[in-house]
Design a protein around this ligand. Structure first.
Ligand code: F6P
Length: 323
């Protein structure tokens, strides 16, 4: 293996730069030339590549975002786009690819591999934590910490005004971000797509909190909750219960930025390096992950088909401790 192409794709996540650094420096230490592909699959189609060396990844481990930039490429979803992408794989002499991203990235990688035989190893980089085959994805821990910081601030103002807040967090169709951030901020309720949201039950709960004279109430709503999101739940609740002054906050893309946490930097370093090792060992079409502290490799088909089940004990714990 003489040359590896690496790219970041899909929604960016804090820690992607640490993963890029690990891929580049592990490649170099194994005598492999790392080639950075800019803007993910779109950059591969457009032939936007940069030769990388140890210096090109200096001083990035602490930076959020991705120095290679990211995109969600529509062109790569078409056979014609993939044909162009493969022409560039040949042109630049890439013997393997490291794809850093989420499920969409790996679904694309699998198709590309099946059509053209190019070897690809995936590194899970997404704040959503919604991939099977790793306990945590790169960016999840940082996003959680960001949410917790933001909600703690909201709690301060909510208590001052005796207000009820509905706070929407990201996570696509999974409740990982909502659940762990909800526990961390002592949310009075956590609404996630993995459980059914009953407005009546929520209103009963809020009435109880009122009896207990709680000075503030925080409801964390996962963006993928079937209720439709924080604004929708707030409106439905208000029809039955308007004893608290109510506000809605959608945290949005603030959750995707920022300097990665130490946990994410270590995870990204291990996974980026593990991806290069995998290519050298001849592995293909797999995502590298950490399960029970060990590096493991999971076929893309499995990694993207479903994600780990949410730990419902954590939800019960959150409910118990918030009463
Ligand atoms: O997958 C990461 C994520 O931030 C999701 O949590 C969210 O649903 C989505 O990306 C937002 O995507 P975009 O940045 O394209 O609006």
């Amino acid at each position: 293996m003489k040359s590896i192409g690496l790219f970041t794709s899909g929604g960016d996540a804090p820690g992607m730069n640490a993963a890029i650094r690990a891929v580049v420096r592990t490649s170099i230490s194994s005598g492999i030339k790392p080639i950075g592909i800019v803007r993910g699959y779109q950059g591969l189609i457009d032939g936007e590549v940069i030769e990388m060396n140890s210096h090109s990844v200096s001083n990035i481990i602490q930076r959020g975002g991705t120095i290679l930039k990211s995109a969600r490429s529509i062109d790569f979803m078409n056979a014609a786009g993939r044909e162009k992408a493969f022409a560039n794989v040949s042109k630049f002499g890439l013997d393997g690819l490291v794809a850093i991203g989420g499920d969409g990235t790996f679904i694309g990688a699998k198709v590309f591999n099946e059509e053209y035989g190019i070897r690809v190893v995936g590194v899970p980089g997404t704040i959503d934590n919604d991939l099977y085959g790793t306990d945590y994805t790169i960016g999840y821990d940082t996003a959680l910490n960001t949410v917790v910081q933001m909600v703690d601030r909201i709690r301060d103002t909510a208590s001052s005004h005796n207000r009820l807040f509905f706070i929407e967090v990201m996570g696509k169709d999974a409740g990982f971000v909502a659940l762990r951030s909800g526990i961390s901020v002592g949310a009075e309720a956590i609404l996630i797509p993995e459980t059914t949201t009953y407005i009546d039950k929520l209103v009963d709960k809020l009435r109880n909190e009122l009896k207990r004279k709680k000075s503030s109430l925080i409801i964390i709503v996962a963006e993928g909750d079937e209720s439709g999101g924080a604004y929708e739940v707030a409106a439905k609740v208000k029809e039955q219960f308007d004893q608290y002054d109510t506000r809605v906050t959608v945290l949005g893309h603030v959750q995707r930025g920022g300097s990665p946490s130490a946990m994410d930097r270590v995870l990204a370093s291990r996974l980026g390096s593990g991806a290069v090792d995998a290519l050298i060992e001849g592995k293909n079409n797999v995502m590298v992950g950490v399960v029970n502290k060990e590096i493991v490799y999971t076929p893309f088909a499995q990694a993207t088909k479903h994600h780990d089940k949410l730990n419902m004990d954590l939800l019960r714990l959150a409910e118990l401790l918030a009463t």
